[in-house]
Design a protein around this ligand. Structure first.
Ligand code: FAD
Ligand code: NAP
Length: 338
């Protein structure tokens, strides 16, 4: 078991924050984890499980043990004429898996092409994009209970998925290490192109009868044009979640701001586009030297050049307060703060 002291985390978080952890190790399989479980540092130190580091903001050095999950493997466990069930190691890169599925003509994850990070992290916040969420294809996951060292299986119900939420971000926060996930994909998929950007891109590319690959390519094209590439500009995607508010609250906002961008959730609730609120409040493209709000996407906070995490966190706090003062809407951070 290789445990490094004072490890730089700069290349392990897509914000590119220059910080370090007191201890750092990697796990490649359950045996590694069982071995680590016996180590005195596992018992004595605070622990952070790391995937691709694309949904994390470090506001200081991490005073504890970082465990980088590198459990690999993609295995078909069931196949019929209609579906295929696949078990995927937590350390497999999410987009690599999506590409594998799309190349095999298995549908269900194509709208989530190019989301950074790992498969094992995907259930943490029930990743989603363009009208698809991982919960729609999810069967179950296996996770290591940090306290007991037991492997526990969680089906969809036990994961308590919500909008960018799961039980692992709430009641069971910091209690489990996800080892692998099982998804059910469709061999005769119904494509979901209802998000305006996807249908507009397909029309622009003169594709009238899209395949899975066409949809995946359209998503990749849109994302590449709109979102900052973390390899060039540090970021962790959307910093805030879209707020879900009551219809009563929505009516009040609509009177003051008739152009507010919103989507119905159910009979009682409405989702507001947080990006619209932030842009309307004047934050889009704000540049504070080393960090700021992205020019094309106001939900994305960016590290232009060696900003520290605290500066970015403070910016997020200023935005939260300003949005509350202007719209009486409470934004919530999507990014995990350490
Ligand atoms: P990390 O940042 O490594 O970890 C995130 C959290 O999960 C941390 O709290 C960590 O401790 C915990 N964790 C990680 N692995 C495990 C594990 N195996 N067991 C237990 N806990 C674990 N998200 C979306 O939902 N939709 C998008 O469209 C989207 N687009 C993005 C675009 C960009 C450019 C970027 C940078 C990010 C985007 N994100 C999006 C956010 C991010 O990619 C996802 O949340 C992703 O699932 C994070 O995976 P990760 O492996 O990088 O997680
Ligand atoms: P967009 O297409 O400009 O739309 C703005 C917002 O409106 C989105 O956040 C989306 O909500 C919502 N929306 C748009 N069309 C909708 C519809 N037909 N039905 C319901 N809601 C709709 O968004 P974008 O910023 O370019 O992002 C595109 C997609 O990628 C979104 O799904 C977004 O969640 C995802 N994304 C996520 C992250 C992240 O880090 N979490 C980063 C980049 C992109 P939803 O967000 O609920 O879909």
């Amino acid at each position: 078991m290789d445990i490094t002291k004072n490890k730089s985390l700069k290349s392990y978080n897509t914000f590119g924050i220059n910080c370090s952890s007191s201890f750092f190790t990697r796990i490649n399989n359950l045996k590694d984890l069982d071995e680590l479980y016996q180590h005195q540092l596992f018992k004595s130190q605070k622990k952070l499980i790391l995937g691709g580091g694309s949904n994390i903001l470090f506001t200081s050095n991490y005073d504890g043990l970082v465990i980088k999950n590198e459990i690999k493997g993609i295995e078909v466990i069931k196949e019929t004429n209609d579906i295929v069930e696949v078990q995927i190691g937590a350390g497999v890169n999410w987009h690599k898996f999506v590409t594998y599925a799309v190349n095999n003509k298995w549908g269900g994850v194509e709208n989530m092409s190019l989301i950074p990070g790992n498969c094992g992290t995907a259930p943490m916040q029930n990743i989603g994009a363009y009208g698809a969420e991982i919960k729609d294809t999810f069967i179950s996951l296996n996770a290591y209970q940090i306290e007991t060292g037991k492997v526990i299986s969680f089906d969809r119900k036990k994961c308590e998925f919500g909008y960018r939420e799961s039980v692992f971000k709430n009641d069971l926060k910091d209690q489990y290490i996800i080892l692998d996930i099982k998804l059910r994909l469709q061999k005769k998929p119904i494509l979901n192109t209802k998000y305006g950007d996807i249908s507009n891109t397909l029309i622009k590319n003169k594709i009238s009868r899209p395949t899975l690959k066409d949809v995946s390519n359209a998503v990749i094209e849109i994302r590449t044009s709109k979102l900052p590439n973390p390899n060039k500009i540090g970021n962790a995607g959307s910093f805030f979640k879209n707020p879900i508010i009551t219809k009563e609250q929505f009516k009040k906002i609509k009177i003051k701001f008739p152009e507010v961008v919103s989507y119905p959730v159910n009979e009682k609730q409405v989702k507001l586009a947080a990006g619209w609120l932030i842009e309307k409040a004047g934050w889009k493209g704000k540049d504070f030297g080393n960090f700021g709000v992205h020019k094309k996407q106001s939900l994305v906070l960016v590290n232009y050049n060696n900003a520290n995490g605290k500066e970015i966190f403070d910016l997020s706090q200023d935005i939260l307060e300003d949005i509350y003062n202007k719209f009486q809407v409470k934004l919530e951070r999507e990014v995990n703060i350490f």
